[in-house]
Design a protein around this ligand. Structure first.
Ligand code: ADP
Ligand code: MG
Length: 681
């Protein structure tokens, strides 16, 4: 069908949908609600599902609760009112010659308008009764005799996400016509590099080979997305379009990398060892092989004239802090300043105290800079400092308040997953492209590693310091609480300490407990032991006082929210009880569990599920079975998706139409290969 006001040649992918035949202001507003503004948006509108209308089921063959598509003729329809005319049900009876089907819509009396006796109707739904055969609120389409039947029937039919007032058939027709007229505007955005046949495919994607995928043009993919020949065709189209998105992402990553590798310059911070050597002597432990290796990699980067961009990955308790301290000393030895940013005040305070202790008597300043505590200065420039190089430890406040550090050689971001990609860049704009070391304990599933962190080099601490006690994990349901309380008491009697974690601060709703509410009970049950309370609504000095008391064992049980998830290091604490554990993600629980098992004693983690549902238990059992953070992170990614897993909206996860972090590792690998040969328009 020709366009309304423009010849096909004038229409481009970026043209507004109003230029298409049949799209007026009202339809355009509806499409906009689906984020469809341009022709391209329309062509990439992804079907929510497909219906195989090549073979319709006869009504007589419907099975209870099994979704199915049938077709029948309207015998009768009518609205019944009840409850004093405040409620209604519209019922439609269809017959296909084998049996009758009753379709019902509750409180939608206007539905009656859409059907007339004798209409042929396609129905998709789930029978909730067979005597008589009944479906509530099925999807329906009245078959229009004549025109365009081949679009809607006798094929694998796309079913689109809709918005109020927008009919399925109308949208499907529009997409069909737009593909016919303008499908040719869809062109490939790069010339694929095909894998060489004799080497075999470099990687083997699950459903379709790399070669098949790359040989498909973008135009073919878009067509098959909407009107596939068979189910596999639709899947391949999704893969091809997802690949497109991965290639785009890879390109951005490559650009960011190149910017730092070739253009930006950094201060040379290789160090002299004059501070590191005495630090290593006074630590009281020897660095593990893995820590030493990582420091070697860091030093090699920091010597260079281009800024280091390195991600340090090491499971909870693997000893990243001391690596950070040594990296900072390399910069300080070269008389440049360094900054260490942590996601919470508690963790910043802890790092500050540790580093002050470690660097006591060294010719350097260690300063704290958080929202509530600033040791060096409160203005914008650290004028008050003497000529010694400084290490600034702080929170996000370090990049706010107009804080500026001259001669900033190195920036370290601890628990990077708590910050977004944007925040990491924000810090870099501050200084003169300092070297960057980001650290995370969340083992990064490969899909995320290759993408969100793809512009960073990776170092891994894959070894725990020696002499760590084992952590044993148990999933229990709430009815076992009395036994658990007893176990907490015994642990304290042995001189150890415990954490008890709750999902909420104050409100107890829907069976989810709150830490403030539980406090009195624990204090009573465990007297004369001392319980402490820690959550985000306390003032910073209050938090610090409680942490101090816990560190020095004046408080034996710390009741807390997930605020303690990152970084907190109290080796005498050997028990962690998490109530309503079902409220947390697996990676988060693994982090929480990382607070124990830091000393030589056996440690215990008890996960109590408030709701005793089999699937919750099954999910939590992953933690019972493994302490391998990598496996846990993969499981979490599968279950909850990247945004949730990384725990932040601003985690930098891009919005995709087709790509999926949980399943697309093979596509990402292909995209990495392709991003090298881009000739993007
Ligand atoms: P994370 O990697 O989770 O940040 P930390 O840096 O907090 O771990 O280290 C956990 C604990 O292990 C700390 O008490 C730290 O002092 C200690 N530690 C670090 N490296 C070693 C080592 N090589 N040998 C013994 N203990 C170590
Ligand atoms: Mg840490």
């Amino acid at each position: 069908m020709p366009a309304k006001s423009a010849s096909p040649r004038e229409i481009q992918l970026t043209s507004p949908v109003t230029m298409l035949f049949g799209v007026g202001a009202e339809r355009a507003a509806q499409l906009e609600r689906l984020d469809i503004r341009t022709l391209e948006d329309l062509l990439l509108h992804r079907p929510a599902r497909y219906e195989d209308r090549r073979h319709l089921l006869s009504i007589a063959k419907l099975q209870l609760h099994e979704p199915a598509t049938v077709r029948g003729t309207v015998l009768a329809g009518g609205v019944k009112w009840f409850a004093k005319h405040t409620k209604s049900v519209f019922e439609l009876i269809l017959d296909d010659g084998t049996a009758r089907l009753h379709c019902r819509w509750w409180n939608l009396p206007y539905m009656e308008r859409y059907f007339a006796k004798g209409d042929e109707v396609i129905v998709y739904g789930r029978p909730l009764g067979l005597k008589p055969r009944t479906m509530d609120h099925p999807e329906t389409e009245v078959i229009d005799p004549g025109e365009e039947r081949f679009i809607h029937f006798n094929r694998i039919t796309p079913v689109y996400p809709l918005t109020e007032g927008l009919p399925q058939r109308w949208l499907r027709g529009l997409i069909w016509r737009s593909l016919e007229s303008f499908g040719a505007l869809v062109v490939d955005r790069w010339t694929p590099k095909l894998p060489e046949a004799k080497d075999g495919p470099a990687v083997s994607p699950g459903s379709s080979g790399e070669l098949a995928l790359l040989s498909m043009t973008r135009a073919q993919a878009v067509r098959a997305l909407h009107f596939p020949e068979n189910p596999a065709d639709a899947e391949r189209a999704r893969d091809r379009l997802a690949l497109e998105e991965w290639v785009d992402l890879q390109r951005q990553i490559r650009e960011r990398r190149l910017r730092f590798q070739s253009k930006a310059t950094a201060l040379p911070c290789g160090g002299t060892n004059e501070l590191i050597r005495p630090l290593l002597k006074r630590l009281g432990f020897r660095l593990t092989e893995a820590q030493t290796q990582v420091l070697r990699e860091i030093r090699k980067d920091m010597k260079g004239v281009h800024p280091m961009r390195r991600l340090l990955q090491g499971d909870v308790g693997s000893g990243k802090t001391v690596v950070a301290a040594c990296a900072a000393l390399m910069a300080l030895e070269c008389k440049f300043n360094a900054a260490l940013m942590a996601p919470t005040e508690i963790l910043a305070q802890q790092h500050y105290q540790t580093l002050r202790r470690w660097l006591e008597g060294f010719p350097v300043n260690v300063e704290l800079h958080t929202g509530s505590a600033k040791t060096a200065f409160s203005g914008s420039r650290p004028d008050a400092l003497d000529s010694k190089p400084s290490l600034f430890v702080g929170t996000h406040a370090l990049v706010q308040d107009g804080f500026e550090v001259p001669d900033l050689g190195l920036v370290i971001i601890d628990e990077q997953h708590k910050f977004g990609v944007a925040q990491r860049e924000e810090f870099l704009r501050k200084g003169h492209y300092p070297h960057l070391l980001v650290m995370t304990a969340t083992p990064i599933p490969r899909t995320l590693g290759l993408t969100l962190y793809g512009d960073l080099d990776l170092s891994t601490i894959d070894q725990m310091p020696p002499g760590r006690g084992r952590i044993r994990t148990f999933v229990r349901d709430a009815s076992r609480l009395p036994d658990v309380v007893e176990f907490v008491r015994r642990t304290i009697d042995q001189g150890r300490q415990a954490y008890v974690v709750y999902p909420r601060v104050e409100e107890t709703t829907g069976g989810v407990k709150a830490v403030v509410v539980e406090m009195a009970k624990w204090q009573r049950n465990l007297a004369p032991c001392q319980c402490g309370l820690l959550h985000g609504r306390l003032r910073p000095e209050e938090k610090e006082a409680v942490m101090d008391a816990f560190r020095s064992n004046r408080v034996q049980v710390l009741l807390a929210t997930s605020l303690i998830e990152v970084g907190v290091d109290v080796p005498n604490a050997t028990l962690m009880l998490i109530e309503n554990a079902e409220q947390f993600g697996l990676a988060q629980l693994h982090q929480l569990r990382g607070r124990i098992g830091r000393g030589g004693h056996e440690s215990y983690c008890i996960l109590m599920a408030g709701k005793n549902q089999p699937e919750i238990r099954k999910r939590l059992k992953v933690l019972e079975d493994t302490t391998d953070g990598f496996r846990i992170a993969e499981a979490d990614l599968q279950l909850r998706g990247p945004g949730e897993m990384l725990g932040q909206q601003q985690s930098g996860v891009p919005k995709f139409k087709f790509a999926d972090f949980a399943t697309d590792l093979d596509l990402i690998k292909i995209a990495r290969g392709q991003s090298l040969v881009l000739t993007v328009k």
